[in-house]
Design a binder for this molecule. Sequence first.
Ligand code: NAD
Length: 490
Amino acid sequence: MNSFDPNSVNVRCAHFIGGEYRDSSGRIDVSRPSDGQAYAELPLADADTVDEVVSNAHQAFVSSDWASRPPRERARVMRRWADLIEADAQILAPLEAVGSTRPVKDVVGWDIPYVAEGIRFFAELADKHGGQVAATQTDRLGMQIAEPYGVIGAIAPWNFPLSMGHWKVAPALAAGNAVVLKPSEMTPFSSLRFAELAVQAGLPAGMFNVVQGDGRTTGDAICRHPRIGKVTFTGSTATGASIMSTCALTGPKPVTLELGGKSPQIVFADVPDIERTAHTVALAITGNAGQVCVSGSRLIIQRSILEPFVAYLKRYFEALRPGPTWTAESTLPPIISRLQAQRIDGIVQRSVQAGAEVITGGQLFEGLGGAYYQPTLLAGVNSQNPAVLEEVFGPVLTIQCFDDEAEALALAAHDTYGLAAGVHTADLNRALRMVRGLEVGTVWVNRYGRSNDNIIPTGGYKRSGIGKDLGREAFEANLRFKSVLIDIAH
Ligand code: NAD
């Protein structure tokens, strides 16, 4: 599917509670980023509704056999769920694309297969773990057994609604938990269908619930609820800090936090093919219009190849065609909201005032209905420039030059963020020295971005996060360990 009619997409303004849609009167206007049109009103769950949803999820956890059944049976249901998601692309993809920044062709070609494979990955881990037997004296048996928390509260951002949602929900369910997911109030609808398909696949009703609302009321009520055993969150660093503080004051309860970034892409002059590397760098900041946590938003480049490299980037940036998520021709999706586009522009303008030179871009596209931001290259910036310091979350790339490795590492270091970094070089020893020297949670060498090797966890250093998504780590983060000591009678 390359295109669709946005007016033909039916959204359900509802929560999904106990395996059923719960229609509710609208409270939040939801707009299509592609053309700025309001298209639905979203219910806002207050603390009483959140209490009802969490209690319902807890009841399902206690009374259904999801946690106690053989793990391979849990895995079978989850694999069926993944199959249904793939088979549902004709419905699920427009639902995802209409209200988000994800072009429908990418949702069909990437997001949906990625989500289905992620679910299968976590399903396969359901019976691939155990506890431990302790080295006690021989007339005792000491062990640790792994158990689910009960109800996991999952709070997701808007930039990849389904794929960020499944990072949270799939490992939690595979480990035997119930889940209450709050999608972003800006991209709320695909998660409902996502949950409905889980129930169709055989997940007991109430094990996966979707509750709609904003952060201040609904998200906050999830974090405060005493029956929530753990909160897993993806979003901005400021919100993550606030969630951690709420969870500390009302629990304490554990948190996993996947937060913001300001990731460098470091390019050495020895790369074998300048255009190929420049292409990778360009994709890593313009994909999803830069609205990616790991966007490579700072180019740090060896001075001798600056000119041809930047010439390629400029050509690439200027060739991108802004347009709605529902047309095949567009190659640059919208910014999620006009407010966010104005925020991006504010950082660019402050950057220019602080001395940046705009090589291309630097403003919003006009007359397109939705908010689209021109892919922007900023040169002449120092490490204190606002566009270097702040997470822009848009298609804006700053350029800084270095002469040697030590200078590259010094420029790459960021006081706040440590999410990811890219290193491009033909010299393996140099690449490994850079890997050691970078204080970030993920380093990509001669590539940029995750693969579908879900065994590799993802997560930030510094203020970019606590804990991991993906990998065995994400699965185990949904388990708690009970110590047992038994005296053996002789
Ligand atoms: P956000 O922090 O504004 O909102 C994220 C979610 O938190 C939303 O569902 C929102 O309703 C909720 N929320 C807001 N305030 C809350 C509160 N006080 N209590 C509970 N919930 C609350 O983030 P966003 O703008 O939706 O997403 C963009 C951010 O997400 C960027 O900073 C990006 O880097 C980050 N992100 C990180 C990763 C990662 O893996 N590290 C992945 C994707 C996005």
